[in-house]
Design a protein around this ligand. Structure first.
Ligand code: CP3
Length: 346
């Protein structure tokens, strides 16, 4: 299978070209900082129902592109639809974030589905087809999944945790059970990304939000190796698939990630030293990032300065402007407009 790739500024950067004005999108660009998102969200009490209703999910995906003219739309869904499609109970409670029925040992892991339930995820693919049909060809459509490690941290703890201790404890205490869970997630995530590419996304991003708590051998085993297996599986079916990796918090392990994972581009968090990232990463792959979401919230002169710093750091090579993590719900729309105008020199 080869996908119909649309020529767009973002896809050109993913192919290694430099652009004098970088393409721009934002992680979590469809979300609660937008009044038009909150209006739709208020009508759907259950967050997963929003992800699984193509009519609404496609509308929410398109909202930030319509309002701001971003260079990419990112599919509106969540990384936790994969555990849900493997049969785990997943709910989102207001103010508390995700709640899952935890899988805490080998026995509970063995009861999970081996494969994602096609019917559960069919509406996500339908959302992609609808969005692609409505999106201008020069706007890229991005799909995504969570990396196995990050998804496993939620599956094991049953919720978000500050230090991912439950998953780390299981990985230390019963590495073969934990490896079995990672294996299931590698296969499920590969299928899911292949399905998204078949439905019409131009590129995919693999979010490893909690990569930063892994060091040394653990970073190799639970971050690099599983993500590389996904990249290999996806390219076996879709040889021209474009893939962005986001190992958040990887810090000085980032060069090892680039050695071990054949992603087309690396998304940088706001914590990384920009000189290090330019010298050690951007020389080898296009990079994306890395404005601090908090400076976007702060606005004013600090925001202008921070945008200029990001642009100056990465101007010499292939670069996609983004945040270093998702936009915060309290962020004023005017600050997003200020950032966009500065990046586009308007
Ligand atoms: O970026 C986008 O606009 C596309 C949609 C998207 C969502 N989640 C929608 C969402 C994407 C790409 C994600 C990824 C995701 N989800 C990650 C990886 C990236 C990251 O932010 O670290 C993670 C760890 C999750 C899991 C998740 N989903 C958490 C921890 C939460 C609760 C925290 C929060 O922000 O509320 C969610 C809920 C969620 N996913 C919301 C949105 C818009 C908010 C839910 C709501 O509207 O009430």
């Amino acid at each position: 299978m080869t996908t119909a790739v649309h020529k767009s500024p973002l896809m050109e950067v993913l192919s290694g070209q430099r652009s004098s004005i970088p393409p721009i999108w934002m992680m979590r660009q469809a979300g609660r900082y937008l009044p038009e998102y909150r209006a739709i969200r208020a009508k759907v009490p259950n967050f997963l129902d929003l992800c699984y209703t193509p009519e609404l999910a496609s509308e929410v995906t398109l909202q930030p592109v319509r309002r701001f003219g971003f260079d990419a739309a990112i599919l509106f869904s969540d990384i936790l639809v994969v555990p849900h499609a493997l049969g785990q109970t997943v709910t989102f409670s207001a103010g508390e974030g995700p709640l899952l029925a935890p899988v805490m040992d080998a026995n509970e892991i063995s009861r999970l589905g081996r494969k994602i339930d096609v019917n559960t995820l069919a509406p996500v693919y339908e959302t992609i087809r609808r969005v692609r049909g409505q999106l201008a060809p020069e706007v890229a459509l991005l799909g995504f999944c969570g990396a196995p490690w990050t998804v496993a941290t939620y599956m094991v703890a049953g919720r978000g945790t500050a230090d991912q201790a439950p998953a780390r404890l299981l990985a230390y205490g019963d590495p073969s059970a934990f490896a079995a869970l990672i294996d299931i997630l590698v296969e499920a995530s590969s299928e899911y990304l292949i399905g998204q590419l078949a439905a019409g996304v131009d590129a995919v991003q693999i979010f490893d939000t909690w990569a930063g708590v892994l060091a040394g051998e653990d970073f190799e085993r639970w971050c690099i190796a599983p993500v590389q297996r996904i990249v290999g599986n996806v390219r076996q079916r879709v040889p021209n698939a474009k893939i962005i990796g986001f190992p958040r918090g990887a810090g000085t392990s980032l060069p090892r990630y680039v050695d071990g994972v054949a992603v087309d581009a690396v998304a940088l968090d706001w914590m990384i030293d920009r000189t290090f990232a330019r010298e050690r990463i951007q020389g080898r792959r296009p990079v994306q990032g890395n404005l601090d979401p908090l400076v976007l919230l702060a606005g004013g002169a600090a925001l202008d300065r921070a945008v200029d710093d990001v642009l100056a750091a990465f101007a010499a090579g292939p670069f996609i402007f983004n945040l270093g993590h998702g936009i915060l719900p309290e962020t004023p729309i005017a600050h997003v407009e200020q950032m966009l105008a500065r990046v586009r020199r308007q």
